[in-house]
Design a protein around this ligand. Structure first.
Ligand code: NAD
Ligand code: SER
Length: 317
């Protein structure tokens, strides 16, 4: 039976990954942890522990207490926050990962590490960016993601730790708000479309980025961790993608459901600079070949589902 620890579990991904893992493995087998205290039901539905991932003792104690064998390490600062606080980003993103890997090495745990399109930079081929290519990111977030990918490779090669990871694109979801990224506009736009029928976007109209709906992101993490290791050539940092659009194209899709919806642009130079340094689109054929990755949601089905679920949530709240 698997026993899982999720760090940063109260964030955008963890809020949906924890229930999904509990559904598969049983509630008691999935320990949610964060440095924030839960306001929802995550601590009533299963175990919750305060774990600052930069404190090895805390990670180690929880791993031993629950006899954890797999760690989904989600705790991190995202791209925009990391640019505001680069020193904190280094400590949390690198220091946290290093300590989690050390605990995993000592306790023989597998580790899932989410990297990002942010691991690429302006010199990376921008269209259908290959799996193996030039990575010279110009953000602190990107620096920590490339270094994290390499550190996970190192722990596998040097110590035999079963590390696996994905390069997620921007993630879109309605359960928990995004945590300070450059792609947050693609979530905010849905809230504002329902509440005010208008949205002021901090990225320009033609900023093209890959995105993914959260059910696909959760499925990707679970499927990769369950994949046959003999088929994995890349193991860490698989490119994965699902949809690709600009703010203008997303606005047009939302308008099919809310005809009065309007979008205007008030570009934030910092986040625009980050987005401009990232690829326009990724080639995820390695993930498709090595562990049968295939997303379920395209732009129309994601937009429909987001609006339906968010309307229910906002009415309830
Ligand atoms: P998030 O910001 O929503 O959540 C991160 C969580 O980590 C928060 O709940 C926060 O309280 C917690 N945290 C912060 N510092 C911590 C510490 N020292 N110890 C323990 N917990 C701490 O992030 P997310 O969107 O859920 O992303 C999770 C991971 O996936 C990150 O590594 C992120 O870089 C990566 N990722 C996310 C996206 C996306 O669009 N959401 C895209 C690519 C990659
Ligand atoms: N959505 C994330 C961010 O914008 C991508 O890693 O930071």
């Amino acid at each position: 039976m698997k026993r899982i620890l999720v760090t940063g579990a109260l964030g955008q991904i963890g809020s949906e990954l924890v229930p999904a893992l509990r559904g598969v493995c049983g509630a008691d087998c999935v320990v949610a942890s964060d440095i924030r205290m839960p306001t929802g039901t995550v601590d009533k539905d299963g175990p919750f522990e305060y774990v600052d991932c930069t404190e090895k003792r805390l990670v180690d104690e929880v791993v031993r207490k629950y006899e954890v064998d797999s760690i989904y390490h989600l705790a991190s600062l995202l791209s925009a926050t990391a640019e505001e606080k680069p020193h904190v980003a280094w400590d949390v993103n690198m220091g946290g990962l290093y300590r989690v890997l050390e605990v995993a090495r000592e306790n023989r745990c597998a580790v899932f590490f989410p990297s990002s399109i942010g691991a690429f930079g302006p010199s990376t081929p921008p269209d259908r960016t290959p799996q193996d290519t030039l990575q010279r990111p110009t953000t602190m977030y990107g620096v920590t993601k490339v270094a994290g990918e390499l550190l996970c490779d190192y722990y596998h090669q040097r110590f035999g730790v079963d590390t696996r990871g994905l390069r997620y694109p921007g993630l879109i979801s309605y359960v928990a708000p995004p945590g300070g990224g450059t792609t947050d506009y693609a979530v905010e736009i849905f809230y504002e479309a329902i509440r005010n029928k208008r949205y002021s976007c901090f990225l320009g109209p033609d900023t093209c980025l890959d995105m993914m709906y959260m059910p696909d992101a959760v499925k990707a993490a679970v499927d990769l961790m369950n994949a046959d290791p003999t088929r994995l050539v890349h193991r860490n940092a698989f490119n994965v993608t699902a949809v690709n659009f600009t703010p203008e194209q997303l606005g047009a899709e939302i308008r099919k459901h809310i005809p009065e919806f309007t979008i205007e642009y008030e570009v934030d130079p910092v986040r625009q600079g980050i987005a401009d340094s990232w690829p326009n689109s990724l080639d995820d054929s390695a993930a498709r070949e090595e562990w049968d990755w295939k997303p379920e949601y395209d732009l129309p089905s994601m937009t429909r589902d987001m609006l339906e679920n968010l309307r229910v949530k906002l009415k309830a709240g």
